[in-house]
Design a protein around this ligand. Structure first.
Ligand SMILES: [Zn+2]
Length: 122
């Protein structure tokens, strides 16, 4: 049983252009038949191909805001390593780690709604 890459992308709601590009980069690995106008992948390899693509594609989708689908741009965010809020850096607190005050950390910030993904580690 063979499926065209575009049909698989359509059925799995994937970006067809990116999916085909990804698949065509590893035709041997996924046993893709390329001697047709529309490249086809065997049923045996569909799930592996789709799963592998999703791993790669997640790096693309991470650039889209999960809230409004706006464009996410790399930026910087304040990260409070202690988890304590409303603490002025002028206050001396016992037991505060040396990493205090909050350090700047890389993040992705939405250009539309300002939502930021702060768990992006460099
Ligand atoms: Zn947004």
């Amino acid at each position: 049983m063979w499926h065209t890459l575009t049909a698989v992308a359509d059925a799995r709601r994937l970006d067809a252009a990116e999916f085909v590009k990804f698949a065509m980069a590893s035709t041997d690995k996924y046993g893709i038949c390329t001697d047709r106008v529309d490249p086809e992948v065997n049923t045996w390899h569909v799930d592996t191909l789709v799963n592998d693509f999703k791993v790669v594609a997640s790096t693309f989708t991470a650039t889209r805001c999960p809230k409004c689908s706006g464009e996410m741009r790399p930026g910087r965010a304040l990260r409070n390593p202690t988890g304590m809020a409303d603490v002025s850096s002028t206050k001396q607190l016992a037991g505060v780690p040396e990493s205090w005050p909050a350090r700047m950390t890389d993040c992705l910030k939405c250009t539309d709604c300002g939502h930021s993904e702060e768990d992006v580690e460099a």
